[in-house]
Design a protein around this ligand. Structure first.
Ligand code: TYD
Ligand code: MG
Length: 457
């Protein structure tokens, strides 16, 4: 297929059209973005084989495929291994996305060093920082390793030459927005550069059997073209998340051809770089106030990993007009719903109150199992009565004020028991599943029951 005409591509969503103008897809959402011209790529020919040529490798029964030893190797960072599904897979292409400044380079530099120490040569290529800058950072992170190689380079052709020379087991490209192929006539970071470079790196990974990590910056507005267009191409997509002003960082798998996407890795950013957090619950609960009104401990589940978090609420009389609702670390609408349930089903007059809800330590609750805890934190603050410090609260809240069952109840309870919690308030329907978890459980059918039980109204 000969493509000799330019296409015009939206740098926001990847839409491609035959004519210049604005992007029709983005226009629907009220954004008028100019399409950018993309010339046909000269190198396309090398990609295909002549029609009818015999295949290089015959199709064979899947049962005959032998999985070679050493297909997977450890990165030396347990939390990273865990998210990758038990280590790095040879020949895999892994994208690590995240906001600028969140710590992607730090994570990869640290794991590159650990990898170079245990598994052989690692080549770290940066298009963003000079060798001096990276060396300074490495020194701060505890030194380098003899088999950790570095090149400051943007041209993918030159990176390939380095790859041939060093023959590493792992290549890191930091970042995909800064590398380019001279054959592709658009600026580094544009959709077509990112896509072509990604595809080229994928072929390199497969043909050389080298595991490749690529860094991709994403901003909250999604203004930088990039990781999104790569997601369907690469084997694994990890997102590195966290609040910039909190030390806590989560590495989350959103796609993984070699493992589950349920796993998360937890890190803490400190002066010496990222430190793995083996027990996130105790990390989040370290500074919690005991016996203060407005605090409730909830048990969330991230994939298979239970995590205890503290939800705090401050409910105070509104000075005028519409009361304020401010929510950090939880879904705003969900919290408003819970406040309405407290008003209507429990009879707490929150309409006249400002309410601020926050998950302590920069944590985030994204599942309904934390509903009951959030509702109780708000009720506790309004009533100015503390919840006993050794109690955790689990349950989804419905609009009629009913407390509904949650998944993975036993796992959540075991985590709580392991951290020394004595009592759990859980959905009535979960009582059978809760047996033998080493913690005293109280089943509640409604939010009102829970408020009565814990706040004694
Ligand atoms: P970086 O890895 O450069 O982020 P990214 O590659 O995702 O853009 O991390 C930058 C931030 O991390 C920077 O604001 C400083 C902070 N940081 C530390 O707090 N401690 C450290 O040891 C290092 C290396 C960085
Ligand atoms: Mg960086």
């Amino acid at each position: 297929m000969a493509r000799d005409r330019s296409t015009y591509r939206c740098q926001e969503c990847g839409y491609a059209g035959a004519k210049p103008g604005t992007c029709p897809d983005c226009a629907r959402t009220g954004h008028y973005l100019a399409l950018v011209e993309e010339r046909p790529v000269a190198v396309r020919g090398e990609r295909g084989r002549p029609r009818g040529a015999p295949p290089a490798e015959r199709a064979r029964p899947l049962g005959d495929v032998v999985i070679e030893d050493g297909e997977r190797f450890t990165t030396g960072m347990r939390e990273l291994d865990r998210v990758l599904g038990g280590g790095v897979v040879r020949g895999s292409l892994v994208l690590i996305g995240g906001d600028p400044g969140i710590g992607k380079s730090t994570l990869l530099l640290q794991s590159s060093r650990a990898l170079a120490e245990r598994s052989g040569p690692v080549l770290y290529v940066s298009g963003e920082e000079s060798a001096g800058q990276v060396k300074l950072r490495a020194d701060r992170l505890g030194g380098t390793a003899p088999e950790l190689f570095f090149a400051a380079e943007n041209d993918l052709g030159v990176i390939e030459a380095h790859l041939a020379e060093v023959a590493p087991r792992v290549l890191v490209v930091d970042s995909i927005q800064t590398v380019f192929m001279p054959e592709v006539e658009s600026a580094p970071g544009s959709v077509s550069q990112v896509r072509e470079c990604g595809a080229r790196l994928m072929r390199l990974a497969k043909s050389r059997g080298v595991a490749i990590f690529i860094v991709g910056h994403v901003t909250k507005e999604g203004t930088i073209a990039g990781p999104r267009v790569l997601e369907h191409l690469v084997d694994t997509v990890l997102y590195f998340e966290g609040e910039r002003h909190h030390a806590y960082r989560v590495l989350r798998a959103v796609k993984n051809r070699f493992g589950s996407t349920n796993e998360i890795g937890v890190f803490e950013m400190g002066d010496g770089g990222l430190v793995e957090v083996r027990n996130p619950s105790s990390f989040f609960l370290a500074e919690r106030p005991r016996g203060a009104p407005g605090s409730a401990i909830v048990a969330t589940l991230e994939g298979t990993r239970p995590m205890l978090l503290e939800v705090q609420a401050l409910v105070a009389p509104a000075s005028f007009g519409t009361p304020r609702r401010t929510v950090l670390g939880a879904d705003y609408n969900r919290v408003c719903l819970l406040l309405a349930v407290l008003e209507k089903r429990v009879g707490l007059p929150l309409q006249s109150q400002d309410a601020f809800v926050n998950v302590a330590g920069g944590g985030r609750i994204a599942e309904p199992a934390a509903d009951l805890g959030a509702a109780l934190a708000a009720a506790s603050s309004y009533l100015d009565r503390p919840i006993a410090p050794d109690v955790i609260v689990i349950g989804e809240v419905g609009l009629t004020g009913e407390v509904r069952g949650v998944t993975g109840l036993a796992q959540r309870l075991r985590e709580a028991a392991a951290l020394g919690f004595a009592t759990a308030v859980i959905p009535q329907s979960g009582l059978a599943a809760a047996a033998g978890c080493g913690i005293e459980v109280h089943g509640v059918a409604t939010v009102e029951d829970a408020v009565k039980l814990l706040l004694g109204t």
